[in-house]
Design a protein around this ligand. Structure first.
Ligand code: SF4
Ligand code: SF4
Length: 263
């Protein structure tokens, strides 16, 4: 099937492009309403955490402690976090209620993409080009039976993921680049800790930047410093760029891969 022009079959294990088409509608009257918010794994991006901790009035370390679980991805050892599900019979998301999502306007990127998955974030093979999506195949989801036509590009726009993908772009690129390294080349524990802090624990990272000797070793102009003190997204982008400079040294990953062993 030509995914660029034809209708994609229901819940098919195909690689989707921005132009791929599908029919889907989710609404409160549907029989499966909120089933997808239970017993699932939701990877949180750095921007998701910034939005959620702000919405809940928490520091990033408080949010991480209460609402997330840390993971190391198989093969790549990349630190990731997922939403911690409740210990109830249905393993529910902490934000789901019978009438929907409590934090809908700030729901995570994965919830917005659903029923699509994003290969670059969910670590599918061959996702280096970022333009790779797929259907999250869950038999309880009746949304595919509803008549409402979309392209992947239209769905992304409708669900407000473009802003999120832009804010996470440097981080996503770093995750993809890490994955492109040979499996034998590992980050040190210190590098993984730094990646975790800069990616997910943004308030802690701000303390690290402004309350350690960081700025003596990595000079930053006064205007940028002022922005980083109050702007979480700017600090996220700054932190990931700093890590990329440090780890990848802005060279071709295959050419300088040995550098990652000591990072
Ligand atoms: S399972 Fe599918 S159709 Fe049902 S509520 Fe979730 S996304 Fe909507
Ligand atoms: S955050 Fe909201 S949309 Fe996402 S799983 Fe939880 S309740 Fe559902």
């Amino acid at each position: 099937m030509d995914q660029n022009s034809d209708q994609v079959a229901h819940i098919s294990p195909v690689r989707l492009s921005y132009e791929s088409r599908f029919s889907f509608k989710c609404h409160p009257g549907i029989s499966c309403f909120t089933l997808c918010c239970r017993n699932i794994s939701i990877i949180l991006t750095p921007y998701d955490i910034i939005k959620l901790k702000t919405r809940l009035g928490l520091r990033s370390d408080e949010f991480l402690a209460i609402y997330t679980e840390p993971h190391l991805l198989e093969k790549t050892d990349i630190p990731m976090v997922t939403l911690k599900l409740l210990d109830d019979a249905r393993h529910s998301c902490p934000f789901v209620r019978d009438d929907g999502c409590l934090i809908y306007a700030d729901r995570p990127t994965a919830c917005r993409y659903y029923p699509l998955g994003v290969a670059s974030i969910q670590h599918k093979e061959g996702a280096e080009d970022r333009g790779f999506f797929f259907f999250v195949s869950e038999p309880h989801c009746r949304g595919f039976e509803e008549k409402c036509d979309w392209t992947v590009a239209d769905w992304r726009k409708d669900q407000g993921v473009e802003e999120r993908d832009e804010a996470n772009a440097l981080w996503t690129d770093m995750v993809v680049r890490k994955r492109s390294f040979p499996g034998s080349l590992k980050w040190t524990e210190q590098t993984k800790s730094m990646f975790f802090m800069a990616s997910y624990n943004i308030d802690k990272f701000r303390e690290f930047v402004f309350e350690s000797s960081f700025l003596k070793r990595y000079p930053v102009d006064a205007a940028t410093q002022a922005q980083l003190k109050s702007d979480d997204v700017a600090l996220l982008k700054f932190g990931i760029q700093w890590l990329k400079d440090l780890i990848f040294k802005q060279k071709d990953p295959h050419a300088q891969a040995a550098g990652s062993q000591t990072a």
